[in-house]
Design a protein. Structure first.
Length: 354
């Protein structure tokens, strides 16, 4: 079969979000079904692998949240899209330092890719961890959802406004080898949805994370049912700019998105303003979005770095601070990466946000 045929239906026409779904998550040919993308020898590197300080601070933030909830006897931590399990492994190591917390807590991982689920099982053995496909499996106790680079990996829809008429982006496979872009008039249900989130105002190119919001809806419903909250970290923007933000990454380099279909990651920038708007409409308590630099500094990453570096030699110390710099420097990940949190609990939990 021609290599691109695998990602298109028989009609050879497909909306951009369905195409990205196939390119990333097709059970046989999808990028996340074939390859381990993380690390130096992979295609990209994420914060938990840059420095364990990142996950350590998040672990401490979670323990503080549990304290804020007045130490519930049953508590649930759900990591969304845990990748190679690196963050979870560090979380467990820190959680163990707080026995009352550790003994009250169930850890769940929510992963779509079978290949990555198997890798997580290998890397996290013998920790007591549950893999879930449905949040209904969590029956009792408050829950905190946690996701690093979860949303950017969920396919988005794209639209164009011409003479005040909205068109949705579709792709067409020509001669079984060439992908071209076509636009179809958007249906009225979609237009109403985009208007609801104020996405059409002063914009001629619009991105909409329909699948992402469907996931968020499941998360919010679980928080509302069980009490708790969410913490999401990702790269993205606060002000929509009428821009196409889709990008493909292979071997740590950016590519045109059709260049290595099935063999490269495809991501988009997360619209944090939309997430904020969505969560407020769902009547959760939302902290204002902050940058990764702000959040990590506020929860004490510099102090922790000073503490752990005391016993290090010069080479180890330089390595630690170089990695920290990568997480915090506004020119690197400090500003592009943003953090949002939302809660059902009435007593607001603002640690890291003010
Ligand atoms: C960019 S990776 C981030 C991995 C990890 N959190 C990290 O920081 O290294 C995205 C992760 O989300 C998972 N994922 C994407 N969409 C998903 C979905 N709808 N449900 C569950 N997992 C999903 C991917 O398989 C992958 O594990």
């Amino acid at each position: 079969m021609n290599s691109l045929n695998k990602y298109f239906p028989i009609s050879k026409k497909i909306s951009i979000d369905k195409f990205i779904s196939n390119a990333l998550y097709d059970k046989n040919y999808g990028y996340y079904s074939k390859k381990i993308p993380f690390g130096k020898n992979g295609d990209f590197i994420t914060s938990p692998e840059i420095s364990s300080l990142f996950s350590e601070m998040i672990a401490l933030w979670i323990v503080a949240f549990w304290e804020h909830l007045e130490r519930p006897k049953i508590f649930n931590v759900v990591e969304l899209g845990p990748g190679n399990g690196q963050m979870c492994s560090t979380l467990v190591k820190i959680f163990k330092k707080f026995p009352a917390f550790f003994n009250s807590t169930n850890i769940f991982l929510y992963e779509k890719s079978k290949v990555l689920e198997n890798l997580q099982k290998k890397n996290l053995h013998p920790f007591k961890i549950n893999w879930i496909k449905k949040f209904e499996k969590i029956k009792k106790g408050p829950v905190i959802f946690l996701g690093n680079e979860f949303f950017d990996a969920i396919p988005i829809k794209q639209f164009k406004k011409i003479n005040n008429i909205l068109y949705e982006k579709y792709l067409k496979l020509e001669n079984n080898s060439k992908i071209t872009t076509i636009f179809k008039k958007a249906d009225s249900k979609t237009i109403i949805e985009l208007k609801k989130y104020n996405l059409l105002k002063e914009q001629h190119f619009i991105e909409f994370p329909k699948q992402g919001l469907a996931e968020l809806n499941l998360i919010v419903n679980t928080i509302k049912k069980l009490n708790g909250g969410l913490l999401l970290i990702d790269y993205g923007f606060l002000k929509q700019q009428s821009k196409n933000t889709l990008q493909s990454v292979k071997n740590h380099k950016r590519n045109m998105i059709f260049n290595h279909v099935g063999n490269a990651d495809i991501t988009s920038l997360v619209n944090f303003n939309l997430l904020d708007n969505y969560l407020r409409k769902k009547k959760l308590e939302v902290n204002n979005v902050v940058t990764q630099e702000f959040f990590l500094k506020k929860i004490g990453i510099i102090n922790r770095a000073e503490m752990v570096s005391k016993k290090m030699n010069f080479k180890e110390k330089s390595d630690l601070y170089l990695r920290l710099q990568r997480l915090l420097n506004p020119k690197q990940m400090g500003e592009l990466f943003k953090v949002i949190s939302a809660f059902k609990f009435k007593k607001k939990f603002s640690l890291g946000f003010i």
